[in-house]
Design a protein around this ligand. Structure first.
Ligand SMILES: Cc1ncc(COP(=O)(O)O)c(C=O)c1O
Length: 465
């Protein structure tokens, strides 16, 4: 498919309701009835629900059980007016947030160190990561006088670190991963300069799900007096339970003395509604560099712990409620189901000729092929109703397993569809994946700019009514 054809297909995916739903470019002259709006909403919901409900989507909906969703919705509706910015009006929100942070910290090793592990609630993994990077920038400037800060980040770490580098003017030093997809410790050591403020490792990174050598990296950071951030956005609420279940989980949390901050997403395997995450620090002093405080503003003394001003207290309430309702046993049982499904799926993929699992991951499974166009396989999977993530360098796709995938028969269905997709592409050697040319271009320095422009055009498309 050429770029023009691809753009047309993309438009259909991004704006599927143009044909049969009214577009509102301006306010309606008179408001619609609530019943009408609810009806329209339910119609849209019904069209989108089956794919994620049935477990056809990688990641995205991590719990998704009907009763759990109804419970989250009920908690949200009780708290929909709450805003922790007004702590005097809604001290309940402040209580929820303090307890979310403390429960998360204790799950991630707070009880095993003399240091106090503290943090804040944020809106998601990206915000937690960006807050931590801003914190290191301000800490290093204040404590060490570093004005041209650098961060050392494995290539597999989440794009949010690059975003932080761009937003906060921190020079990004990317270090490679080895053939096992883990961050290269020697390359990290070689990249340290007097301007290094933080080293990053992920538990696990998004692309291949293979946990970085956090112990070695954090020791390296500690020996140089540098911060170390473990990005456990994806694994924070799963790895502690995987470890208890006896899976091979290398140390990654505050039990390691060199880990000075962490991010862990409650809205992923914490099973809270979308819109919350936790960022944690070793010690209150570090956390102070995250806060915003002004004493000069005519609007009064003002402060906020994170980037936002007003915040959705209802999401913190729902997060707190999710954690309380799951409890340790709930998280352990959920992890067991996901990890057992992963074992089944990894084994099944290894039985499909031409396909391979990259490394030996626990619950995010990246699939590649030396012979077939993996993006073409992904297209066939899309036709079969699946929504998988495309990866690059090397070309691959992945599925992040959630509770949705533990439904009876789902793993078998995935493997059957994947085997059929591989068979189809094998039988059609000329078939090219729709993403193949784009990924081909993005890996080529000469075309990087063109791909960036293409993506910006796609974002524009999203905001076209
Ligand atoms: C390892 C990792 N870090 C950070 C993030 C960013 O999280 P969010 O999408 O909530 O901003 C993700 C998202 O998948 C992730 O997998």
């Amino acid at each position: 498919m050429d770029i023009e054809g691809f753009t047309k297909e993309l438009q259909k995916t991004i704006k599927p309701y143009r044909q049969d739903h009214t577009r509102y470019a301006q306010l309606p002259a008179v408001g619609h009835t609530r019943e009408e709006i609810i009806q329209e909403m339910e119609d849209l919901f019904a069209r989108e629900e089956p794919r994620w409900r049935e477990g056809k989507v990688s990641g995205a909906v991590y719990h998704g059980d009907e009763n759990h969703i109804a419970f989250q919705n009920k908690i949200y509706s009780i708290n929909s007016q709450s805003n922790p910015l007004h702590f005097d009006v809604w001290p309940s929100a402040t209580k929820f947030e303090a307890e979310i942070v403390s429960m998360t910290a204790h799950m991630l090793g707070a009880g095993f160190t003399q240091d106090e592990i503290v943090g804040t609630v944020s809106s998601g993994g990206t915000e937690s990561i960006m807050l931590a990077m801003k914190t290191y920038r301000d800490w290093a400037k204040d404590k060490k006088g570093i004005t041209e800060p650098e961060m050392i980040v494995p290539t597999t770490a989440h794009a949010a670190f690059d975003k932080a580098s761009q937003y906060f003017n921190i020079k990004m030093i990317r270090i490679p991963v080895g053939s096992d997809f883990r961050a290269d410790v020697a390359a990290t050591k070689a990249a340290i300069t007097p301007n290094t403020i933080v080293i990053v490792g992920s538990a696990p990174p998004f692309p291949h799900g293979i946990i970085d050598p956090i112990e070695e990296l954090s020791e390296l950071a500690m020996s140089h007096g540098i911060g170390f951030h473990t990005d456990a956005c994806l694994g924070g609420f799963l790895l502690p339970w995987a470890e208890k279940l006896g899976y091979p989980v290398p140390p990654f949390d505050f039990r390691l003395p060199g880990v000075t901050s962490m991010s862990a997403d409650t809205h992923k395997y914490g099973y809270a509604a979308k819109g919350t995450s936790v960022v944690l620090y070793r010690g209150r002093e570090m956390r102070h560099y995250q806060y915003y405080v002004t004493t000069e503003w005519p609007g009064g003394l003002y402060f906020s712990p994170t980037f936002a001003g007003s915040r959705p207290g209802a999401l913190s309430a729902a997060c707190w409620a999710a954690m309380l309702s799951m409890g340790e046993k709930g998280y352990l049982d959920a992890a067991r189901g996901i990890l057992e499904t992963a074992v089944k799926i990894k084994q099944g993929i290894r039985n499909i000729p031409e396909l391979k699992v990259l490394g030996d991951p626990l619950f995010v499974i990246a699939i590649a092929s030396d012979e077939l166009d993996i993006y073409a396989i992904s297209d066939v999977m899309t036709q079969k109703g699946w929504s998988l993530n495309g990866l690059q360098q090397p070309p691959a796709i992945h599925i992040a397993l959630t509770q949705r995938h533990t439904q009876p028969g789902l793993a078998e269905k995935f493997l059957q569809d994947l085997a059929e997709a591989a068979g189809y592409v094998r039988a059609h050697p000329d078939m090219q994946g729709s993403m193949t040319p784009i990924y081909g271009m993005s890996g080529n320095v000469a075309f990087k700019g063109a791909v960036q422009e293409f993506i910006k055009g796609m974002i524009d498309m999203m905001f076209d009514v």
